[in-house]
Every structure is written in C-alpha cells, then in structure tokens.
Design a protein around this ligand. Structure first.
Ligand SMILES: [Zn+2]
Length: 320
C-alpha cells in the first residue's frame, strides 16, 4: 500500500492508503519526489465539481522511475523524470502526482515523460510544466528583444512568463498585480518594473509613457482584457494566457483600427519542456524562487489552504 491525497469534493482532500499501481507493458511507475499545486488543482479543491470524487490530482511532478513495462522504450528503472501531462490528463489525471506513486499509462519518451539531467532537482522538475506554459506563451507572442512588454497578473503563470521573456532576451518587462509579495518576486525573477494596482491606477501610471508593443494577460479578469486592448501600441500584440470562465465582449473596430494581433495560448510542446529544462540547467534564473511553501503529503489539506491565499503563496510544493 502507498499514500495518496484523494479529492472528495469541495475543500475535502484526504490522505488514504491505496494499492501501489500495477505496471502493464506500456506503463511507467514513478516514485514522486515533488508535485506542485496548479491553479486547476486549486479550482478542483475550491469547487468540488471539476474532478470526480476519488481523484488523485497533481500534474506538475517529477521523481524516480521505479518500474517500466516491457514495451516501454528509452525509459528505465532509476531514471529521474518529469511528466508532460497530455491535455486530457490535466482534466482528470487518475493516479496523479499527489501520491507516493504515480502511474503513467502509455509512457513515451519525450511525449509524456522527459528525462531530467542531474543538475535539476525534483522540485525544479515539478516547475517545468508551469514554466513550459509561460515559455509557450512567449513563443506564441514572439516578441522582439527591444519590445516593451506588460504582464497583467503576477500569479504563477505571469511569473513563469517573466522567466520566459528574460530567457528570450526581453528586458523591458512591467508586471502589474495587487499582491506586493508577488510583485517583489517578479522583480527578483527579472522584471524591470512593477506596479501595485491596488495602490496606483494603471492609466495614471502609464501616463505619458510609450504604449507597450505587447501585453500578456495573465490576470483572468475581463477588465484586464479591455485595458490591454486600449493600452497596447498600434500594431501591438495582446496575448491571452489566463483562462476565462465568462464571455468577453469585444469591439472589433478597436482591434482593426490599431491593427492589433490578438493571440491565444494554452498548453505547450515537448520542445518547450526542453527549453524549460535548459533555462533551469543554465542557472541564470533561480526558478526555485517560485516555491513559497513545502508540505509533506500528510499535510496536503493545509497545503491547499495555504495555496488559496494569493498574498502568501505562489507555488506550494507537496513532497511525498
Ligand atoms: Zn499546471
């Protein structure tokens, strides 16, 4: 038997004993070293209706391969790996990373599993997935190094976008948020400037400054999308990286008059996972700064409660 953090509904997550998953010929079993809480996991915990009761969530994780099926190629016992969740796995990841052991079905090297170099810790390995989201956003945005880029929202994805932009050679990065703690972190990760919109009005702050060539919307509020379209320079780009549950009403004329590129970005490719591995390996940016809290699997309930507080937590790491 092995421990797993099982979701049972709104604000209900319990540590339970479950049988260690059995490896079939195409599967890989991972002993989880670290798994971070994603916004999706938090939403599942907060609402109780995203995943069916009994789900072991967690898709941002890394650890050691302890067993590999006969048909699995290029992945063997003893390899240190991170998981690249397939789109359907983010929705319902059965046997996810909030557990001592996670089973990856149809394990395929460089498809849903990547091997980590020894220079990357399990905790850093768990950060590769959110980093790849930011990097994919930056690749979709394709900014010029001299561009002025504004990021709305300094949550985990906004901060991962800062890292991606820095790695792409962009230095003029302004980040806005309500949380001073998150803004301070944005500065540490390489933002050139931050604005606490709880203290100062965005329009006033921008005042006579040049309009930014690119705006990355990571706040997930409709007003921010409106601001982005109004604020961006003529021929500028607006990247939609946040997830919206509400519909956004758009004035197409405003897109047309300024000839704005409106770009969507959701997931990532294996290439972007490798870019994330390279960024961490280079040691130029200390991605571990994203980790604000660490909990054992036994304390997973407390970990989720801490993750709720945007003024306190960025990335909360569970270490089974
Ligand atoms: Zn995630």
């Amino acid at each position: 038997m092995a421990k797993a953090g099982v979701l049972h509904g709104k604000n209900q997550i319990h540590v339970e004993d479950r049988p260690v998953p059995r490896v079939e010929k195409n599967d890989v079993l991972i002993k989880v070293g670290a798994c971070s809480i994603c916004g999706t996991d938090l939403r599942a915990y907060n609402t109780g209706d995203l995943f069916p009761p009994g789900t072991v969530a967690g898709h941002e994780f890394a650890g050691d391969v302890v067993d590999a099926g006969k048909a699995v190629e290029g992945i063997k016992k003893g390899d240190r790996v991170c998981v690249k969740p397939m789109p359907e796995m983010i929705g319902i990841l059965i046997d996810g990373g909030f557990a001592e052991y996670a089973l990856i079905k149809n394990a395929t090297l460089d498809e849903n599993i990547l091997i980590l170099p020894d220079t990357i810790s399990d905790e850093e390995g768990a950060l590769i997935e959110p980093l790849a989201v930011g990097i994919h956003g930056v690749n979709r945005l394709n900014p010029k190094p001299e561009d002025n880029v504004v990021i709305f929202g300094a949550g985990p994805i906004g901060l991962c976008t800062v890292i991606g932009l820095k790695a792409a050679g962009v230095n003029n990065i302004l980040v806005t948020d309500f949380s001073q703690m998150r803004l301070d972190l944005a500065m540490e990760l390489g933002a050139g400037e931050v604005l606490n919109i709880g203290k100062k009005n965005l329009g006033e702050f921008m005042g006579s400054r040049p309009q930014p060539e690119a705006i990355v919307e990571c706040a997930g509020v409709l007003q921010a999308m409106t601001d982005a379209i109004n604020m961006v320079a003529t021929l500028g780009k607006v990247l939609v990286l946040a997830t919206y549950e509400e519909k956004f009403e758009i004035d197409l004329l405003s897109i047309q008059l300024k000839e704005i590129d409106l770009i969507g970005s959701l997931a990532y490719t294996t290439y972007e996972f490798k870019q994330a591995i390279d960024i961490i390996s280079s040691g130029k940016i200390d991605t571990k700064k994203l980790i604000t809290h660490r909990f054992s699997l036994d304390d997973i309930s407390r970990a989720f409660e801490v993750q709720k507080n945007a003024d306190e937590a960025v990335k909360v790491m569970i270490k089974p």
